[in-house]
Design a protein around this ligand. Structure first.
Ligand SMILES: CC(C)(COP(=O)(O)OP(=O)(O)OC[C@H]1O[C@@H](n2cnc3c(N)ncnc32)[C@H](O)[C@@H]1OP(=O)(O)O)[C@@H](O)C(=O)NCCC(=O)NCCS
Ligand SMILES: [Zn+2]
Length: 268
């Protein structure tokens, strides 16, 4: 039953949401050595917890789809620029065709998963009291700057972030990240359905992308990008139960215990 609920068919993208506070420090045991080392390097406890929640959630989610032990999964994230493990993460697995992306901002962490299709997700917190000074014009293409000028100034900061997460989700799906100037990419106007309109690079990249705005709750904006021509159904799940259940499991027990929790949560 649980296996059916957590099936990820081709043609679907699942987005899992949690809060950093859903994780506890003992989930650190699920991470691999380089992840633990990166976590330790954050100066602030809040950043360490956010990192842990995102990376533990990614493991727990992928382990559920695969029917494997989350602590046994291996991830690689080679940076395209320097080779250090801080680039686009991918599951290092002999047979799985699962692609994933993760994002964290403020009180949200997100993991997106798709089968055989590159995926990128971005969530951003809307800074409290953000006004139009929060708009980073350099990050926008000329067409996007014009579209933003038509938005009433009181809504411009939010409109900018809506545009930003669409672009960043796309650049995370391709693995470029911000090594490519986001001003080269044009997405649809903030009040229109998310869509990639143009990517000004020479040679012009042939990118077919599906962009889908997400529902991360009040005060946040988010988007998921899939590099595909085939329309995907995007389904959002709550991952808090997964993190909480895994925290109370002893090593070796995790797998059987969390399946039950997910089932409960998703049926409830
Ligand atoms: C990746 C990037 C787009 C993230 O932006 P952000 O909004 O600050 O952070 P998010 O929480 O949304 O995403 C961070 C996650 O994206 C993933 N990520 C990192 N690089 C990525 C890339 N090139 N493509 C896709 N995903 C990437 C990682 O999982 C990272 O999480 P982690 O640091 O906990 O492992 C941006 O920081 C970036 O491009 N940085 C790298 C720039 C670069 O290439 N520098 C050269 C360094 S040598
Ligand atoms: Zn690097």
């Amino acid at each position: 039953m649980a296996a059916d609920l957590l099936a990820l068919p081709a043609g679907e993208c699942h987005v899992w949401w949690a809060r950093p506070g859903d994780a506890t420090a003992d989930l650190d045991r699920l991470l691999q050595a380089d992840e633990r080392a990166r976590r330790r390097r954050f100066a602030f406890a809040a950043d360490r917890l956010r990192f842990l929640a995102a990376h533990a959630l990614a493991r727990l989610v992928l382990a559920e789809y695969l029917g494997e032990d989350p602590a046994a999964l291996r991830f690689a994230a080679p940076c395209r620029t320097c080779g250090e493990p801080h680039g686009k993460p991918r599951l290092d697995h002999p047979s799985a065709d699962l692609e994933m992306s993760l994002s964290h901002s403020g009180d949200r962490v997100a993991v997106a998963v798709a089968r055989g299709v590159h995926v990128g997700i971005d969530v951003e917190q809307v800074p409290p009291g953000a006004d139009e000074r929060a708009v980073i014009a350099d990050a926008l293409s000329p067409a996007e700057q014009r579209a933003l000028q038509e938005v009433p100034s009181a809504h411009r900061a939010l409109a900018f972030l809506r545009c930003w997460v669409r672009k960043e989700a796309l650049l995370k799906a391709t693995g470029h990240g911000l090594a490519v100037s986001p001003a080269l990419v044009t997405v649809s106007a903030p009040h229109q359905p998310a869509r990639l309109i143009d990517w000004q690079e020479r040679p012009a990249p042939t990118v077919h992308a599906q962009l889908s705005d997400l529902e991360p709750g009040e005060g946040f904006v988010a988007c998921v990008a899939l590099l595909t021509e085939a329309n995907h159904r995007v389904i959002e799940h709550h991952g808090a139960g997964l993190l909480r259940a895994a925290a109370t499991c002893r090593p070796g027990e995790v797998r059987g215990r969390i399946s039950g929790h997910v089932e409960e949560e998703m049926l409830g």
